[in-house]
Design a protein around this ligand. Structure first.
Ligand code: CDP
Ligand code: CDP
Length: 206
């Protein structure tokens, strides 16, 4: 007897979506998809973005440079193009409905990709806290960018993601908000896990 169960996690850059998504998937045995990687792969591929999205392959998702700040920036530029989003929709929807449960994190999972998800989380934190996290990931004082430059980048990406016409970043009406500004990763995971357990029980899988 299989189970179709989707956890949708949305929020701005460096809010902790991926950390929560990966840990939930491990804890509950679900598959996990970081949907930002799809947009990053399209962004760094070059050429016509719609054609790149339509032809996206597993190999494109394995590129080592996808985690860079530049790839995130390139992703948010191609993510405003409706044809790019349309080309990536079917893959994400079928991933969400895979047997055994799935966690997807991104910007529009609860609003557009999986509006009927059993769990919707909107994970956020202040721009300053998020920029600090990204800067530390880049090496802190040893990083090529200053904290201020990273903060500017975070704010610019927030504005582009929230301001676009197609699938803008915003919480779904029924999303549970988790503000991780003053939370450890463990505390954020506990809050998310509580939501998942409650939804599993509601769905009769408790
Ligand atoms: O996926 P997203 O860009 O939203 O963020 P992430 O890559 O999961 O997390 C960004 C950084 O914040 C990582 O280095 C985490 O260890 C750290 N962090 C967190 O995810 N959650 C907290 N409550 C505190 C720190
Ligand atoms: O890890 P981080 O939160 O910095 O970024 P990401 O999740 O890898 O997403 C990179 C960019 O892709 C975002 O700034 C969005 O512009 C775009 N994106 C999107 O439009 N829709 C998604 N479901 C996921 C990402």
């Amino acid at each position: 007897c299989g189970m179709i169960f989707t956890v949708a996690i949305d929020g701005p850059a460096a809010a902790g979506k991926g950390t929560i998504g990966r840990a939930l998937a491990e804890r509950f045995g679900f598959a996990h998809l970081d949907t930002g990687l799809l947009y990053r792969a399209v962004g760094v591929k070059g050429g016509d973005p719609v054609a790149a999205a339509e032809a996206l392959s597993e190999a494109d998702l394995m590129r080592a440079d996808l985690r860079s700040l530049e790839a995130g920036e390139a992703a948010s530029r191609v993510a405003v193009i409706p044809g790019v989003r349309a080309a990536l929709l079917a893959f994400q929807r079928s991933f969400a409905r895979r047997e055994g449960g799935a966690v997807l994190d991104g910007r529009d999972i609860g609003t557009v990709i999986c509006p009927a998800a059993e769990v919707k989380l909107f994970v956020t934190a202040s721009p300053e806290v998020r920029a600090q996290r990204r800067w530390l990931e880049l090496g802190g004082e040893a990083a090529a960018q200053s904290y201020e430059a990273v903060l500017e980048g975070v704010k610019a990406r927030d504005a582009r993601d929230m301001g676009r016409a197609d699938a803008p970043l915003k919480p779904a009406a029924d999303a549970v908000l988790i503000d991780t500004s003053a939370m450890s990763a463990e505390a954020a995971l506990d809050a998310a896990g509580t939501q998942v357990r409650a939804a599993l029980a509601r769905a009769g899988h408790g």
